[in-house]
Design a binder for this molecule. Structure first.
Ligand code: KIV
Length: 272
């Protein structure tokens, strides 16, 4: 007789219910193997459109197509068994109308079987967030620095550095919460503003460059592993994976050059 244990995957409502209880742990993930390693340690994994920059060498997230998000979303779902998997909607796939957003978000959910999607924007996306949530698609919102708007924002800059910017950002967070978002990413926000928003809204705030005042933290996995060529100033590197890879490849190349091919000789024995 075989005993099968089913691991229950966390859901969007599970994440919402964590507000004010204990910190929510999350990372980005783009492929199956790292998703499997991170899975037992995180509450959710975000298949972020940052994959365009981190994995595909684009200068921004703007060129990322929907099909690429779906492909990486499927890989992460194969690797992660317990964490909620959230897939980012890429630039151009949701902003036009709630109907466009639903059509593309439904494709993401059907083809990846992820538990939620994320989209960028505050007030301007509130109608869409309500439309998707009421039709069965949990939405994580994202306010503050929204990388898909860098051409309007003028670069990857901290938001809310002067108090006259606060009201608009606070309103963005309040409105997405009221529209039904289950959590909201606060990116690159001054700490007192992140703390104020976290105290004002009923859904969890997930900070990236927004301080420990938030309900949870997300980092780009490659950044915290020490694997990204350019790492934002606020990121603590918990590993030196890029250096470890370089060291291993250098050692490998030296062995091959010395004709000391790293394979066991018996592999080539002839069986008579
Ligand atoms: O795409 C991404 O990785 C993100 C995180 C920075 C929150 O949106």
């Amino acid at each position: 007789m075989s005993v099968q244990t089913t691991i229950k995957r966390l859901t969007a409502p599970d994440i919402t219910a964590r507000k004010g209880i204990d910190p929510i742990v999350s990372l980005t993930a783009y492929h199956a193997h790292t998703a499997a390693i991170a899975d037992p340690h995180v509450d959710f994994l975000l298949v972020g459109d940052s994959l365009g920059m981190v994995m595909h060498g684009f200068e921004s997230t703007l060129p990322v197509p929907l099909d690429l998000m779906i492909m990486h979303g499927r890989a992460v779902m194969r690797g992660a068994k317990r964490a909620l998997v959230v897939v980012d909607m890429p630039f151009g796939s949701y902003e036009e109308s709630p109907a466009q957003a639903f059509r593309n978000a439904a494709r993401v959910v059907k083809e990846t079987e992820c538990g939620a999607i994320k989209l960028e924007g505050g007030r301007r996306m509130a109608e869409t967030i309500r439309f998707l949530s009421e039709r069965g698609i949990p939405v994580m919102a994202h306010v503050g620095l929204t990388p898909q708007s860098i051409n309007v924002l003028g670069g990857f800059k901290t938001q809310g550095r002067t108090r006259d910017q606060w009201a608009a950002i606070e309103e963005d967070a309040r409105v997405v919460a009221e529209a039904g978002a289950f959590a909201v990413v606060l990116e690159a926000l001054a700490e007192p503003l992140a703390a104020k928003i976290t105290g004002e809204i009923a859904i969890p705030t997930i900070g990236i460059g927004a301080s420990a005042a938030c309900d949870g933290q997300i980092l780009v996995m490659e950044d915290m592993l020490g694997l990204s060529p350019r790492v934002p100033k606020f990121v603590k590197e918990f590993g030196a994976v890029g250096k470890a890879i370089e060291k291993a490849i250098t050692a490998y190349a030296a062995e091959v050059k010395a004709r000391n091919f790293p394979e066991p000789r018996h592999t080539y024995d002839v069986k008579d």
